[in-house]
Design a protein around this ligand. Structure first.
Ligand SMILES: *Cc1c(COP(=O)(O)O)cnc(C)c1O
Length: 445
């Protein structure tokens, strides 16, 4: 308790931080002193030795941005907490170019008059998917709302009980349905829904059948669902919320998955499809709506389209991402590259890092074969073979080590398994390796 009396006054401490903006320094000092007093009272602190270091660190924290780069060593490729899909370098460069100047966002350069912001991606999406109509909004949750609000306000929409999913971040199909003004009619059971269930549920009030992709879970066993082809035979418009918005048939690229793609959906004749821009598509956050012209035109005219419209930076990112697809440059799209990586490639990167770390004192480092997940509401059934570096530290428990890595600059986000901190090399990029080395060097004993 003696230490309490020796805590210097704020004004006194402030003199040591004259080079910083004084308001910021004052705030940092107050916060640190409050924390230090609490620690002393709780018997967790005796000395004031590190007071100035703590204040300096706090000032620096207050100075730096809140949003910052982190190293994703979780192996979860579309990591919702860590920002879902990272963008290709070319895409980011293009966003920058559009961001810092003026652009022809809504200006038709040929006519010299007003143009449409969607014109920049409409043609590309039609070419890539074969869709007649294209609309793009802020995100897929917005897209689902807009489709239902436009086509089914005050009317009934039939959905299988097995597809009433929750996506996380409070997005649940029954809730968004209610918010859109459409009336949900549930059919079938959790695990089995048949065509006859839909048939029986259809009334004069039914205007739409809806299918929702089970993007973050999968069912095995006694399961039955109705394929879009069969639903189309019932003669009502069919809307398929595909969730992950894949532009490619991933099976053709060697990924064993049931994940539906936009191209397949259009080919099957589904009237309206929607999906995210920043899941499997690997672009910026966006809600992509594709389908038959008559429906898409109606959806575009909904006044809520304006409220949900796509921002110009997102649009720039989406255009350039789609151009990478047109060129067949899939390797440049980080999400696809990380998913399609061969285990041997990941192993090679793991070994490269482990060689760099060999001389570190105080660490035990091992190559560990593991599985990683796609995450972010896509490919839930898939376990991807991966390689991790497993770390143990002489002086720190795995929990402490994980925390130290999380608090390093840049943060390294890892997972703990079997008493080891695992750095999953699937999602660690080459440019991250030096930062990891730097962070671990600071923890040498
Ligand atoms: C992810 C997802 C959504 C929400 O998409 P956002 O782009 O996150 O708004 C909606 N439906 C399904 C099936 C999803 O997987």
């Amino acid at each position: 308790m003696d230490a309490l009396r020796h805590i210097p006054q704020v004004s006194k401490l402030l003199q040591d931080f004259k080079d910083y903006p004084q308001e910021l320094a004052k705030r940092a000092i107050r916060e640190v002193l409050e924390q230090v007093r609490k620690e002393i009272r709780e018997g967790r602190r005796k000395s004031l030795e590190d007071l100035k270091d703590l204040i300096e660190r706090r000032i620096k924290e207050l100075f730096s941005t809140s949003l910052r780069r982190v190293i994703n060593a979780t192996g979860v490729v579309i990591n919702t907490n860590l920002g879902r899909s990272p963008l290709a370098r070319e895409v980011a460069d293009f966003i920058r170019e559009i961001a810092i100047g003026y652009s022809n966002l809504e200006y038709d350069l040929e006519k010299g008059g007003r143009g449409s912001r969607l014109s920049h991606v409409e043609g590309l999406l039609k070419d890539l998917t074969g869709a007649e109509g294209v609309h793009v909004v802020n995100n897929n949750a917005g897209a689902v709302y807009l489709v239902l609000n436009t086509l089914a306000f005050g009317k009934e929409v039939v959905v299988s009980r097995g597809e009433l999913v929750e996506i996380g971040g409070s997005f649940r199909i029954p809730d968004i349905m209610r918010a859109s003004g459409a009336r949900l009619v549930e059919v079938g059971t959790t695990n089995r829904t048949r065509l006859s269930d839909y048939e029986r549920a259809i009334s004069s009030e039914t205007v739409l059948l809806m299918k929702v992709h089970r993007s973050n879970f999968y069912m095995e066993g006694f399961v039955e669902e109705v394929q879009p082809e069969d639903l189309l035979r019932l003669g009502l418009p069919l809307y398929y919320d595909m969730g992950s918005g894949s532009l490619l048939n991933l099976r053709e690229l060697g990924i064993r998955t049931q994940e539906p793609s936009f191209v397949e959906g259009i080919k099957r004749g589904i009237h309206i499809l929607s999906g995210s821009g920043d899941k499997l598509l690997g672009g910026p956050q966006a809600g992509i709506i594709l389908g038959k012209r008559e429906f898409i035109e109606k959806i575009k005219k909904n006044p809520m389209s304006r409220a949900l419209r796509i921002d110009k930076l997102t649009l720039a990112g989406l255009e350039m991402t789609l151009r990478l697809y047109i060129r067949g440059d899939y390797e440049k799209i980080p999400t696809l590259r990380m998913l399609l990586q061969k285990p041997e490639e990941i192993k090679r990167r793991a070994l490269r890092l482990s060689r760099k770390l060999r001389s570190l004192e105080g660490f035990e480092i091992r190559l560990v074969r593991e599985v990683s997940r796609c995450g972010g509401g896509a490919l839930p059934e898939l376990s991807l073979e991966t390689y991790c570096l497993g770390l143990r530290h002489k002086g720190l428990s795995p929990v402490e080590l994980e925390k130290k890595l999380r608090n390093s600059d840049p943060s390294i986000i890892a997972r703990i398994k079997d008493d080891m901190v695992l750095l999953d090399m699937r999602t660690v990029e080459d440019r991250d390796l030096t930062d990891i080395l730097k962070a671990l060097k600071l923890l040498e004993v």
